[in-house]
Design a binder for this molecule. Structure first.
Ligand code: PEP
Ligand code: MN
Length: 377
């Protein structure tokens, strides 16, 4: 199927944004050995807690302190943030420690007071990114700012919506931009509070390689024991930085207590993270890589040949089912096939989730081919 060509205006925007190293210039002003690091409490709770956090973070590799002032809580009746007065606490924390400050903004009023208090980095939260109206209003009050603006992914796994928010800012001449991957919500119970869906962030890097990409492992994990692994995965996928919720006394935090870590744990995590090179000139590495890539290419060709043959068979199924007027879906057979594949996959170290996704996709495509035949007059 040929997709509709993009309107010229949109094409120009994409071209501009995908050739804009200017978007990542702000990152190079934070030189450090490790990834760019934003850390701090989920919420600014009291002046003492903000100041204590800042002084503790000062002794960690943190470059920017975060603290939410207006908290978007899922259900009412919880702590909804200290509000404007907390901006003064952040200013004081910055004056005492020299750490730059970051906070979430969700509407034009938030932006105005945050700018008035000279907050260094503003981020747009997941529940705001979903609304193009809100993002547009925020972009318009920020027009031309040289502040750094970071956009969290929307709560739903929609790359276009995420990029759309960044494009709205870019079009208002806001060039110090970046994105924060905080995972995607799901109705089903899951290991994670928000499922990572790494592929979305990989697609984003391919579309806009100059857009700095940060990971927020805290809101993905929802629990502190998963944070290290998530951070390491991010570094293995060439992320530029991390935003980690850190609290002087995590268990007593007024929001997101289970996912916050202590400044001491933040130091341990930073020390244990392996920063990898994006490539290597070593001839041994290059030779091995080439050999492995050749094998992978050959296997990918085989997978394609098999899929093509598999769909040719689907057409034959379609013919015979049409001839005998039999329905396409044969539940018992399909469940038996799935079960066999899951067992075989698991015996060879493949996850059930992976097998299910692959075979459901193959089955769906096979149904489409059969439908084309059965529905043809
Ligand atoms: C937060 O950073 O505390 C927050 C509310 O995040 P998100 O928008 O990712 O839910
Ligand atoms: Mn939080």
């Amino acid at each position: 199927m040929i997709s509709k060509p993009l309107p010229l205006q949109e094409l120009n925007l994409i071209k501009q944004m995908s050739n804009t190293p200017v978007m990542r210039q702000w990152l190079s002003t934070f030189n450090s050995e490790g990834p760019f690091l934003i850390a701090g409490p989920c919420s600014a709770e009291t002046e003492e807690q903000v100041l204590e956090s800042a002084h503790l973070l000062k002794n960690t590799p943190t470059q920017v302190m975060r603290a939410g002032i207006w908290k978007p809580r899922t259900r009412p009746g919880n702590f909804e943030g200290a509000g404007v007065k907390a901006l003064k606490w952040l200013q004081k924390a910055k004056a005492e420690t020299g750490l730059l400050m970051a906070t979430e903004v969700a509407n034009p009023q938030h932006v105005e007071v945050a700018l008035h208090h000279d907050i260094d980095i503003l981020w747009i939260g997941a529940r705001t990114t979903v609304s193009p109206f809100n993002v547009q209003e925020i972009a318009e009050v920020l027009k031309g700012t040289d502040k750094i603006v970071l956009v969290k992914n929307p709560v739903n796994p929609d790359l276009e919506l995420w990029l759309g928010a960044v494009e709205r800012l870019f079009t208002q001449n806001i060039k110090n931009l970046g994105v924060i991957h905080r995972g995607f919500s799901s109705y089903k119970e899951n290991t994670y509070r928000n499922i990572p869906e790494w592929q979305i962030a990989i697609d984003l890097q391919n579309r806009y390689p100059d857009l700095p990409l940060l990971l927020d492992p805290s809101h993905i994990a929802g629990r502190r024991d998963l944070i290290f692994d998530l951070c390491q995965t991010a570094l293995d996928l060439n992320y530029d930085g991390l935003m980690i919720e850190t609290h002087p006394n995590p268990d007593k935090a007024w929001s997101d207590a289970q996912q916050q870590i202590t400044p001491q744990r933040l130091i341990e995590i930073s020390e244990n993270l392996q920063v990898r090179e994006k490539g290597s000139e070593s001839s041994n590495f290059q030779k091995t890589l080439t050999t492995l890539r050749e094998q992978v290419d050959a296997l990918d060709e085989e997978i394609m040949d098999t899929l093509i043959k598999r769909m040719d068979l689907a057409k034959e199924f379609g013919q015979i089912k049409k001839q005998y007027n039999v329905s396409i879906l044969q539940n018992e057979r399909w469940n038996a096939v799935l079960k066999k594949m899951i067992t075989r996959g698991q015996a060879n170290g493949l996850s059930e989730d992976f097998i299910l996704r692959i075979f459901k996709a193959v089955h769906q495509e096979s149904i489409e081919h059969q439908k084309n035949i059965l529905h043809k007059k």
